[in-house]
Structure formats: structure tokens, C-alpha cells
Design a protein around this ligand. Structure first.
Ligand SMILES: C[S@@+](CC[C@H](N)C(=O)[O-])C[C@H]1O[C@@H](n2cnc3c(N)ncnc32)[C@H](O)[C@@H]1O
Length: 361
């Protein structure tokens, strides 16, 4: 069936092909998307890469799909799983505690949970454990590349450097699991820069988007993408195009990602106006808890950005007001406390400033 599935879209049916799927961060539709890619699109002319395996859910979906694929050859076909299998952030502690009732701390290994969850398909997996920045990869054609590891610009660059040279024109499918995510605009910038070589075949499935490589990426373009050699103006122009490429109903989260980029360019006044416009155009999404969380996070980012700029302009009353509003909304990280302390200092309230600085530290 190969790429016909992007017209048939079996992941949108009510079927439940993965009744006992493990705990993980994939939504229901994208889990089925990965399953069907391995079952219906995979031809065996390349391998499958699961970059960012976490507790094994995406790996399990690919492996189950492979097993259901008539072309499956158990002696050759594998899913390559990349992860450092570490608790890298506080959110992971909360996730594992909530989903599995297991208490973990920062830096602890999640490998045992991964092994437990993928046990039924373990023979199909080849695990590459370690920091992806330095993980080796034995070059071979990649037919399906799932990217859920591009959590920073440097990891995004590494994904392009390590895997994109092994993509095969007309064959390879790239799933970007964080495409509909507000804080990782480097993903959109790179995919839009390479848009002449990729076709967007699945605009939005939960947080994922799917692309097919249609022609070879010229060496010079690949180099620029690996280096992430784009001025902020170029990045914003590419992001504008990335937004326009999406169907209107699929743009909202990528519009937030554009705001993340524009905040880095420091034009908070325009950013606030655009943020309010995005929010107004999406009031029908307030039942969607993820959307509400993203909007709240972006409001905090805009307020912090304005707060620091107002403070730098000497407008201490305004920066203090913004810091107080953030703290009242529960956003009381050390960055916000430092803003409050700096504003109090600017207003000559040095005793209070010192106490807040201590709290920030
Ligand atoms: C959102 S999770 C992946 C979710 C997974 N695909 C699933 O199906 O549930 C992202 C993963 O990236 C991994 N990661 C983040 N930074 C990494 C790094 N520098 N090297 C290796 N893995 C990393 C994390 O350990 C985490 O498991």
C-alpha cells in the first residue's frame, strides 16, 4: 500500500489496533499513525528509527505494526530506539508517578520501565542508549524516521546531521512528534527551509505531523540545516511560511511556536497583540486542556519578556506589576522572582529586593 495510506488515513477510524499499548506520551491518533506506518507503508527497503523512545510506547506501536505487515521478516527488520532513558525533567517525575504510581528522581534511569513495557516486542528492537548528541549511527537507508527527541536546537541539528543523509527520496517518511508544540520553533524552521524536498502528507495528528521526502536534499542545503545557520529574520520568514502551509484549523499551536521565535527577537509589543489575536481566534478550544496549558504558558512567556524589557527601560512599576501577576498565577520560578527583585531594587525598595533575591536563589 505504501504512501496510499496518506489518502486512506486508517488512523482516523474507530478501530483499536493497540488495545494493550504501554504508557507513554503519544496521543491515541498518533499512536495509530505510527502503527499504520509500520504495518501499511513500510516496504522493507530501509529501517525504522524511533528517536526518543521514553518508556517504549512509540517503539511498541512501530513493532506491533511491523508484526502485522505482510512484508515483515523477523530476521532483518528492526526498530532502532534512541534515548538516554533518564529522568531529564520534573515533568517526567510527575508523568511516571501519575501514570504508573512509581516515584522517581531527576537523573534516575527509566530503562527498566522501558524494558518492562516493550517486553512483548523486545526481539524487534535495537536499543541505542545514551546522550543523542554523541550517539553513533551506522549509516543505512531509513524508511520511517520518528523524531521525538528534537527537544532543543542542538538536538534538532543532530537529528538532521545523523539521520537526514539516510533518507531515501520517494520512500522515506518523517514523523515529527513535536510539530504541534509551542516551544520548539527550530523544528518548523528546518522543515520549512527543506520544504522543496518534503511533502507535508499528514498535517496534524495529535501533536505530530508527517512528511515524505520527495527529492534528494542538496548537500549545501543539508549543511545549512545541520548548522542551523539562519538569522532571526530568516527564521521568522520560514515560520510564516510553515504556518501558511498548514490548513487553517491546524495552525493554532504552530502560531504559538511562531510567538516563541518572535519573543527571541524581542518585539514583545507586537507579540502580545498577536498572542491576543491567536487566543481570540481559538476560544472554541477552551475544552482542550493541552491548548489551555499552552496558552497559559505563552501568556507567562510574553509577560516575562515584557517585564524584563520594561525593567531595562527603567519602568519599574510596570515590571513589578507583571512579576506580581505572574506569581499570582503560580509562575514563581527563579527567573520571575529575579524580575520582581530587580523591579523592587529599581524602585528603591532594597530590603524587600534582597529578600526576594534570596528566595530566587
Ligand atoms: C517526549 S519523550 C518521547 C516519548 C515517546 N516517543 C513515547 O512514545 O512516549 C522524549 C524523550 O527524549 C529523550 N531525550 C531528551 N533529551 C535527550 C538526549 N540528549 N539524549 C537522548 N535522549 C534524550 C527523553 O529521555 C525522553 O524519553
Amino acid at each position: 500500500m505504501s504512501h496510499e495510506i496518506f489518502a486512506l488515513r486508517p488512523w482516523l477510524t474507530n478501530a483499536h489496533p493497540l488495545p494493550n499499548a504501554p504508557v507513554g506520551m503519544l496521543g491515541r491518533t498518533e499512536a495509530k499513525f505510527f502503527y499504520h506506518l509500520a504495518k501499511d507503508a513500510f516496504t522493507g527497503r530501509g529501517t525504522i528509527v524511533d528517536a526518543g523512545s521514553f518508556l517504549g510506547k512509540s517503539a511498541y506501536c512501530f513493532a506491533k505494526g511491523l508484526q502485522a505487515n505482510p512484508m515483515f521478516d523477523s530476521s532483518r527488520h528492526r526498530v532502532h530506539c534512541f534515548d538516554n532513558f533518564l529522568v531529564n525533567e520534573v515533568g517526567t517525575i510527575d508523568f511516571i508517578c501519575h501514570q504508573l504510581g512509581q516515584k522517581m528522581s531527576l537523573g534516575e534511569s527509566t530503562r527498566e520501565i522501558f524494558e518492562r513495557q516493550v517486553a512483548p516486542v523486545r526481539d524487534l528492537l535495537e536499543v541505542h542508549e545514551g546522550d543523542f548528541h554523541v550517539m553513533p549511527w551506522q549509516h543505512q537507508p531509513i524508511e520511517i524516521l520518528m523524531i521525538d527527541i528534537a527537544k532543543s536546537e542542538s538536538l534538532g541539528k543532530r537529528v538532521v546531521e545523523v539521520f537526514f543523509p539516510d533518507l531515501v527520496p520517494g520512500l522515506s517518511i518523517v514523523g515529527h512528534q513535536d510539530y504541534h508544540h509551542p516551544w520548539l520553533p527550530h523544528i518548523h524552521v528546518v522543515m520549512e527551509y527543506l520544504a522543496d524536498c518534503f511533502q507535508l502528507v499528514a498535517p496534524r495528528l495529535d501533536d505530530s505531523a508527517g512528511f515524505v521526502l520527495t527529492r534528494e536534499i542538496p548537500a549545501e542545503m543539508l549543511r545549512r540545516a545541520v548548522d542551523y545557520d539562519f538569522s532571526i529574520a530568516e527564521q521568522i520568514a520560514l515560520m510564516d511560511r510553515a504556518v501558511e502551509r498548514l490548513p487553517v484549523e491546524d495552525r493554532h499551536v504552530v502560531e504559538l511556536a511562531r510567538l516563541t521565535l518572535r519573543l527571541a527577537a524581542n518585539d514583545w509589543m507586537d507579540v502580545r497583540a498577536e498572542f491576543e489575536s491567536v487566543e481570540r481566534r481559538n476560544t472554541h478550544r477552551t475544552e482542550d486542556a493541552t491548548w489551555v496549558r499552552y496558552v497559559d504558558g505563552m501568556r507567562n512567556s510574553v509577560d516575562q519578556s515584557e517585564g524584563w524589557q520594561q525593567r531595562n527601560l527603567g519602568h519599574f512599576e510596570r515590571s513589578l506589576q507583571l512579576a506580581d501577576n505572574l506569581i499570582a498565577r503560580g509562575c514563581n520560578n527563579s527567573h520571575v522572582l529575579s524580575l520582581r527583585a530587580a523591579s523592587l531594587g529599581g524602585l528603591g525598595r532594597h530590603g524587600e529586593a534582597e529578600l526576594v533575591y534570596r528566595e530566587a536563589l
